[in-house]
Design a protein around this ligand. Sequence first.
Ligand code: 6GU
Length: 247
Amino acid sequence: MRFDVLTLFSEIFQGYVGQSLLKRAIQAGLVQVHLHDIRDWSIGKHNTVDDRPYGGGPGMVIKVEPAVDCVEAVRGQDQDPGHLVMLTPQGRRLDQRVVEQLSQHKRILLLCGRYEGFDERIRTILEPEEISIGDYILNGGEVAAMAIIDSVIRLVPGVLGDEDSSVSDSFSSGQRWLECAQYTRPREYRGHEVPAVLLSGNHEEIARWREENSRQRTLERRKDLIEGCHEDLGPHPGSCPLPTIEN
Ligand code: 6GU
């Protein structure tokens, strides 16, 4: 799986790319991350990549020429032109289903914006898929691009060890209940004890307790996930785990 990140702030990615899971995946040849500085495709002697918006208003807009030139040049670096994603607050909201769809691509280009946005013709010409990571405003698309890389590589075969396979993740393939509470040693800390059932060795009871714990948490914290379960089964009909919950 190859990622190409197109950004004005490639330094932001340096630490992340050297981080353990991604680093191992890169060393194992499972994932490639190529960083590209949009400024390398700037125009004029001042390395301009942004400009004031026509019509006035605050902030700066990313210029069409450097963005389009950069995407086209980077696309040409591989036989696979790749799937172009533009990170913007106006995009489709990222969730695990979107992550699963993205993971089907062999190559993804992540175009990160800054400032007030992109010249609209970048969209018209390149027709990217626009993705947002939530309903709040970031200073740029870089953190969102990292969220995409981080969530997608978990689904690349071989990146996770068998032990922490992503199949059992709480949001994988139509599963929408929250992860249950977890404990490790010590058995007691400041008077707070580990639930006895987890020490019982009774695997059936433990499984039942965990399911019930997930159910309760989801109901308390994220009722919307359960409600969504009934109307939006998507490509996984029948996998909804909580159809019995009332109200
Ligand atoms: Cl992708 N970009 C920016 N600037 N803000 C965001 C976002 C993206 N997703 C959520 N907020």
